[in-house]
Design a protein around this ligand. Structure first.
Ligand SMILES: Cc1ncc(COP(=O)(O)O)c(C=O)c1O
Length: 369
């Protein structure tokens, strides 16, 4: 089986992990945490990094740090992972959904202004699959309407938007270090910001709002979202290799695109826009409407040929949990609905060899003949 993802862990990972074990520093108080936070934040040009236990927790802490609550609205894409919407809705605030662009699969930024109301507090900009969302129009709208911007750069480690690092845009940005990311800590995440106050709030939120002087007396409710020293050790070793990983992933993208160019039933990912070159977090494909089967069937047939795949995100307005809560009733976002049903991604991990890419391509040619 060619797995949908396999990380590359042959740098200093083992050495740094051994250091944790040899020194006994395995909790969140170990020295790698601060080093990883500082180096990662510096890499994206931010003053503060707050390491947390995963990218979903990073979004939870970011939304809580903005003190979102009932009556507030946050504009976000419908085509994303549920962590984005749940970070908003768990606080009692309302996610206001925007459809995606049919080619880049990112939020259609031209539709954002029409959804701004007096209740809008923030825009959550989420970069999807390899290309950043067009940030400048979002930042301009935020400035015009006095809104906060949360940049979810979970999938965009090492990517830039108009030569500015993804993760450097908006009030703060969040990342995930799940093993399919360009830098992994197993499970992990980070919030980065230049805002001292927001950074301090995120640090407190991650640590149960414990106080320095009176540890077990709490003025606010937080979570235990702490990252361990073991995870930070991995992250540090991975970060050292990011400049090697980015071109490797771009090579995977280019080779797939060359190999699959003649499969006319597949819409391949956009290689570049005027503001970025695709970083290939995952190699997503969408089956054209006139082809006889959908993504589920394609993934089944590829699975029979020992090719691992993953479905695309399922839109937020079609999530059973939100429908049961009476949210998004009657909403339709046709681009997201279509790609959710006809889109999936191929093996995309850093460990993929050219020979494996050729095997994936041969299987795809058979399935889409
Ligand atoms: C855009 C986006 N945001 C948030 C997350 C959540 O990250 P995690 O899986 O680390 O909780 C992911 C996960 O892949 C993601 O793709």
């Amino acid at each position: 089986m060619i797995p949908v993802n396999e990380p590359v862990l042959d740098g200093n990972e083992r050495k740094y992990l051994n250091e944790c074990i040899d020194t006994g520093w395995i909790s969140s108080e170990g020295p790698f945490i601060r080093q990883f936070e500082e180096k990662f934040a510096a890499r994206v040009g931010r003053k503060h990094g707050v390491a947390v236990c995963n990218g979903s927790a990073a979004l939870d802490a970011a939304c809580a740090a903005l003190s979102l609550g009932p009556g507030d609205e946050v504009i976000m894409p419908t085509f994303t992972i549920i962590s984005c919407a749940s970070a908003i809705s768990r606080l009692g605030a309302v996610p206001v959904l925007i459809d995606c662009d049919p080619c880049t699969w990112n939020m259609d930024v031209s539709a954002v202004e029409a959804r701004i109301t007096e209740r809008t507090k923030a825009i959550m900009a989420v970069h999807i699959y390899g290309l950043p969302v067009d940030m400048d129009p979002i930042l301009a709208l935020a400035a015009k309407h006095d809104l906060r911007v949360i940049e979810d750069a979970a999938e965009m480690i090492g990517q830039t938007y108009r030569d500015r690092p993804c993760g450097s845009l908006g009030d703060f940005s969040t990342f995930s270090f799940y093993p399919n990311k360009h830098v992994t800590t197993g499970e992990g995440g980070m919030i980065v910001t230049n805002d001292d106050e927001l950074a301090e709030k995120c640090r407190n939120l991650r640590n149960l709002y414990m106080q320095a002087r009176r540890r077990f007396v709490h003025e606010e409710l937080g979570w235990n979202f702490r990252m361990t020293n073991l995870q930070a050790a991995l992250g540090l070793a991975q970060l050292e290799r990011l400049d090697e990983f980015v071109p490797r992933k771009r090579h995977i993208f280019d080779r797939y695109t060359a190999l699959l160019a003649d499969v006319s039933s597949l819409q391949l990912p956009v290689a570049s826009t005027e503001y970025a070159t695709n970083i290939n977090w995952v190699y997503g494909v969408v089956i054209r409407d006139d082809f006889s089967f959908d993504a589920d069937e394609a993934m089944r047939r590829l699975g029979e040929r020992k090719i691992g795949t993953r479905p695309f995100f399922w839109p937020m307005h079609e999530q059973p949990v939100y429908r049961r809560m009476g949210m998004f009733e009657g909403e339709s976002h046709p681009n997201a609905e279509r790609i959710a049903r006809r889109g999936f991604y191929l093996p995309s991990g850093l460990a993929l060899t050219d020979e494996q890419l050729d095997r994936v391509s041969a299987a795809a040619h058979e399935v889409f003949a």
